[in-house]
Design a protein around this ligand. Structure first.
Ligand SMILES: C[S@@+](CC[C@H](N)C(=O)[O-])C[C@H]1O[C@@H](n2cnc3c(N)ncnc32)[C@H](O)[C@@H]1O
Length: 249
């Protein structure tokens, strides 16, 4: 029976691969590598680099496929649902003929803002028979905390993990429900929308990668510098991935 192994690969540094992940890669008959367009070529390159470095099983096949592009027209949720169905259809075409182990390499850890496991639910609901296994990976939040050499939580405190969209909409505020708010998927510097009084920001871009950038300090003082650094890095590279922690008190 087909087994789909979802392997967390860390956030840009091949050295984030765990020993368990390397073992699962080498036990796979097939590895699927998504291509996400030229602007995100580095992301597919990382998966290729991981295979080149760690894959020693000559029988493992590597198959690259084009990811569909999310339609930004219409509602956000409707666009995401349609996109997931399209990805599921592509996986189905690739995986239906398979009977062994297929590996999917997921950025960071599959439990954090990643839809691969939900897409596998769609595949199962669509009648594809398979077993699933998840190998955890290092998340961007772990790398962010490590690079700034800080714990994720304040003593006995709570951590809220949210998106830039929710922060910008006021559905999350640093210190409102938790001492620490961790923000991912922020396309537009939502940290500028909150009251900076008493808030410290720990920001990181391209975490784990050669271009890594870190800025930390009182939000009131460093927000402008982060916004400028972010815009310049995005213009230079054509894409950016950044994450940050907001801590009150
Ligand atoms: C779709 S989510 C995937 C998260 C991933 N599953 C994880 O465990 O980190 C993508 C978001 O994660 C964050 N992210 C992932 N990799 C990053 C990196 N190397 N540097 C900074 N942020 C990163 C960014 O906020 C980005 O918008």
């Amino acid at each position: 029976m087909l087994e789909i192994v979802v392997i967390g690969i860390g956030t840009g540094n091949p050295e984030h691969m765990t020993v368990e992940g390397i073992g699962a890669l080498n036990a796979a008959d097939l590895v699927l590598i998504p291509r996400k367009g030229a602007a995100k070529a580095d992301l597919a390159d990382l998966r290729r680099a991981i295979c080149e470095r760690f894959l020693e099983n000559p029988a493992t096949r590597i198959v690259e496929f084009d990811m569909p592009v999310r339609d930004a027209a219409g509602g956000y949720r409707a666009g995401v649902d349609a996109w997931h169905r399209e990805i599921a259809a592509r996986y189905r075409r690739l995986l239906e003929p398979e009977t062994g182990r297929a590996a999917l390499l997921v950025w960071g850890d599959p439990s954090l803002y990643d839809s691969t496991l939900r897409i596998l639910d769609l595949l199962a609901a669509d009648g594809l028979a398979f077993a699933r296994r998840v190998v955890p990976g290092i998340t961007s939040l772990q790398v962010l905390a490590a690079r700034h050499a800080i714990p994720l939580n304040a003593i006995g405190g709570a951590v809220e993990i949210t998106t830039g969209r929710r922060l910008a909409e006021g559905r999350a505020r640093a210190g409102a429900t938790a001492e620490t708010t961790a923000v991912l998927l922020d396309g537009d510097g939502a940290f500028r929308a909150i009251d900076p009084e008493g808030v410290t920001i720990y920001w990181g871009a391209y975490l784990g990668m050669p271009d890594e950038i870190l800025v930390a300090g009182p939000l009131a003082e460093v927000a402008g510098r982060i916004a400028e650094t972010r815009a310049a890095a995005r213009a230079a590279n054509g894409w950016i991935m950044d994450a940050y922690l907001l801590r009150r008190g």
